[in-house]
Design a protein around this ligand. Structure first.
Ligand code: SF4
Ligand code: MG
Length: 320
């Protein structure tokens, strides 16, 4: 069995309160019935505009936020049926790399303390073992061990993200949620960090859920890519398939904005009309119908089924 993570019909609704008594008057359906697997050693890229629910999925898989409905399995263990002790053990194997290396590192701790924190918390090794492991992990992340006694503010953005990656790797995890890991970095540094993340995966064998609002960022590192719109998955396929043969109008629109090096593959730019609707009050039927250039009457009335139209190619659109 190659499956590491299984997400079944996951929903995460945030209550909206209002009125004099601050009663719940509605819900933001941040994640609305999403299912997918991530295989061992695989990178699943997850793409969509900000607010579409990508980060919520990441945090709900890790049970940092509670789900509303649905199931999450890690190696066939039901993440939401674990008790506190089991969850603590599971957390050793599931890590998060944050978007913003500037705010995700405690400025009062040294790099050695930051990267070694999880080892100390879990009481797994002796002091000497910790400092040895910290140096080793920093080294594979491209930072020399003399940095151990320095503080986060002494580093550049790219170096700080290397520290964040080292912190996630120190426990030798099986699964890492990387939430916009390069979005806060200069474009010139982004490729370096993505290459490092890919090399580390190849040597250590873990899986990523790699979240980004940018299809060109996930292209290099992902094995499969999923596209989200307003809390739902609209399309998912193997990387090459998705970039060469996108089927959902939203994916086509996103891809039409990505510059392609091969001029013979020139695509027409599809400009989406209007703004992304509020997830508190999403459109009926296909949530994309208010912006879709191909929408027909049925689109505002019936929710399109998310189904496999080709091998490992899933799409939710009435016209496909
Ligand atoms: Fe567009 Fe209709 Fe397909 Fe939705 S179901 S993406 S509105 S064509
Ligand atoms: Mg986010």
């Amino acid at each position: 069995n190659d499956t590491l993570i299984r997400v079944d019909n996951l929903k995460k609704y945030f209550p909206i309160s209002g009125g004099f008594f601050q009663k719940t008057v509605g819900y933001v359906k941040a994640v609305d019935n999403v299912s997918f697997n991530i295989n061992k050693g695989e990178t699943l890229g997850l793409v969509g505009e900000s607010g579409c629910g990508k980060s919520t999925i990441g945090r709900t898989i890790l049970r940092l936020w509670n789900k509303t409905e649905g199931d999450v399995y890690f190696k066939d263990v039901d993440v939401y049926k674990c008790n506190k002790y089991q969850l603590r053990k599971l957390r050793l194997k599931m890590q998060l790399i944050f978007q913003d290396p500037y705010s995700s590192l405690n400025p009062r701790l040294t790099v050695g303390e930051i990267v070694g924190e999880a080892l100390r918390d879990h009481g797994i090794c002796s002091k000497e073992e910790i400092s040895h492991k910290v140096s080793e992990t920093l080294k594979i992340c491209g930072l020399a061990s003399y940095h151990i006694k320095r503080y986060p503010h002494e580093f550049s953005g790219g170096q700080r993200q290397r520290i964040g990656i080292a912190r996630a790797l120190i426990l030798n995890p099986d699964f890492i949620v990387a939430d916009e890991p390069v979005s806060a970095l200069d474009v010139s540094i982004q490729a370096q960090i993505i290459n490092l993340m890919e090399e580390l995966q190849e040597t250590m064998g873990f899986s990523y859920l790699f979240i980004s609002h940018d299809l060109s960022v996930v292209k290099h590192i992902s094995h499969r890519v999923g596209v989200m719109y307003l809390g739902t998955l609209v399309e998912m396929a193997k990387k090459d398939e998705l970039y060469k043969n996108p089927l959902h109008p939203y994916t086509k629109a996103l891809l039409s904005a990505v510059p392609i090096p091969d001029p013979t593959l020139k695509r027409d730019r599809i400009i989406l009309k209007g703004d992304i609707p509020s997830p508190a009050n999403p459109p009926t039927g296909c949530k994309f119908h208010t912006r879709c250039p191909y929408a027909i009457k049925k689109c505002s009335e019936e929710v399109p089924e998310y189904r496999e139209v080709d091998k490992e190619h899933f799409v939710a659109c009435h016209l496909v």
